[in-house]
Design a binder for this molecule. Structure first.
Ligand SMILES: Cc1cc2nc3c(=O)[nH]c(=O)nc-3n(C[C@H](O)[C@H](O)[C@H](O)COP(=O)(O)OP(=O)(O)OC[C@H]3O[C@@H](n4cnc5c(N)ncnc54)[C@H](O)[C@@H]3O)c2cc1C
Length: 389
């Protein structure tokens, strides 16, 4: 087991310490031998297993009477971060599957009608429905307010036309939270959000995309795709705000996933440094190795402090944490890349052999510096918040 002393930090309550120990124990047995050759099948299996074990209940809100299926009335950021950190430390695909159930259904938790919440959220929490978040487009990634996918109102229906790309779970999701232009105002104020079931006529997954660290990912096409107006989330024109609110909840958890990858890399690096003999001693006896380990451990703690500060502020102080979550996401993802790179270096040639844990981590971490706002975007968010004050 990795060093768990961080759980004594004042950000946590006893329930968080219990959760961390229980999920770590579960991961130790349930995640052994995930088959990476078929990412779709692996993710379906993981969602089912995590649903049955009860972990997915932390990815959705429970609602006032608990009827939406979540473990707690609202999504608890510290629980989500602890779960993502632990899943990532054991198995990247488990982290991905968990995170997408939350991100893919977050907009329903936040602004869905009671009927939509009751229809979708309990199945997400039980692992019986796979969720996806469809915001990005070929010409609207970082500049997401430029999105062009259109939803035209037609009586009691909306008709969607356009393309979404880079959509995680694209191809295996049962439903998609889709952000489309409804035209109430120019730019970001003319966007609304909808839940689209995967079997809706006019909807298709037009392309699957292969990644360096395989995850289900695809491009979606909407061609005259007709959905009832009751599938809309929130008021017309509120879609952009809803997308940003959803990302705000989960952005700190991307930092937590990076933290899990970095901690695993440090554990792997330490084991290698202690066991590898060279120049009549171990790699760990060499001062350059010790300097690397010192840097790695400090970067990890700094990332963890930023991550759990953001989560704590959101949970306990009920604050919007735009600046804090951006700082955590930027720092944790950038420093995890460097921690993993240094761990891989300690393995020499063995570090670049396919299937080695450090090699997998090296591929796994890269996308986290890009999605849910690239590092450059996080810097701009932080500066904007500072200048606003
Ligand atoms: C593995 C993966 C999973 C994803 N999952 C989802 C998903 O589930 N749903 C979804 O909607 N989207 C998803 N995305 C899309 C992701 O959010 C976008 O890739 C991201 O927003 C960047 O958009 P882009 O790829 O179009 O790059 P671009 O917008 O073209 O940006 C390219 C680069 O430009 C730089 N840049 C950006 N802004 C600035 C600036 N202001 N100044 C200087 N440089 C800048 C950054 O380095 C950035 O990486 C996913 C992406 C990946 C890689």
């Amino acid at each position: 087991m990795s060093d768990m002393s961080w759980l004594d930090w004042p950000f946590f309550e006893e329930r968080h310490r219990t959760l961390a120990r229980e999920v770590d124990e579960w991961c130790g047995t349930a995640l052994a031998g995930v088959d990476h050759h078929d990412a779709d099948a692996a993710c379906r299996k993981l969602v089912k297993a995590m649903g049955e074990a009860g972990w997915l209940r932390y990815a959705v809100a429970g609602g006032p009477g608990g009827g939406w299926g979540g473990a707690l009335p609202e999504v608890d950021s510290r629980s989500v971060c602890i779960l993502r950190e632990t899943f990532a430390r054991h198995e990247g695909l488990a982290d991905f599957a968990f995170a997408m159930q939350g991100l893919g259904s977050g907009a329903i938790s936040l602004m869905g009608s009671d009927a939509l919440r009751e229809r979708y959220l309990p199945r997400v929490a039980r692992g019986q429905a796979i969720a996806a978040f469809a915001l990005s487009e070929p010409e609207a990634g970082s500049d997401v307010a430029a999105l062009a996918c259109e939803a035209r109102q037609d009586g009691g229906h909306y008709v969607l036309d356009g393309v979404k790309t880079w959509i995680s779970n694209g191809g295996i999701a049962d439903f998609y939270c889709v952000f489309a232009r409804t035209g109430e105002a120019p730019g970001s104020r003319g966007i609304s959000a909808f839940v689209v079931d995967a079997d809706t006529p006019g909807f298709s997954v037009s392309e699957r995309i292969d990644l360096i660290a395989p995850h289900p990912l695809g491009t979606l096409s909407f061609e005259n795709c007709r959905i009832p107006a009751t599938q809309r989330l929130g008021e017309p024109g509120q879609g952009f705000k809803l997308a940003m609110m959803t990302l705000d909840i989960f952005r700190a958890s991307v930092a937590a996933a990076a933290l899990g990858f970095a901690k695993r890399a440090l554990d792997e690096g330490l084991a290698r440094a202690r066991s590898r003999r060279m120049f009549g001693q171990t790699l760990a006896d060499l001062q350059l190795t010790q300097a690397a380990l010192g840097d790695m451990a400090t970067a990890i703690d700094a990332s963890a402090l930023l991550t759990y500060r953001a989560a704590w502020l959101r949970d306990v102080r009920k604050q919007r944490t735009t600046r804090e979550a951006a700082m955590a996401k930027m720092t944790a993802t950038e420093s995890a890349q460097s921690v993993i790179d240094r761990a891989l270096q300690m393995f020499g040639g063995a570090g670049v052999v396919s299937g080695m844990p450090v090699e997998k981590l090296y591929r796994e971490i890269r996308a986290l510096r890009i999605y849910e706002g690239a590092t450059e975007v996080q810097k701009l968010i932080i500066a904007r918040e500072l200048l606003k004050a």
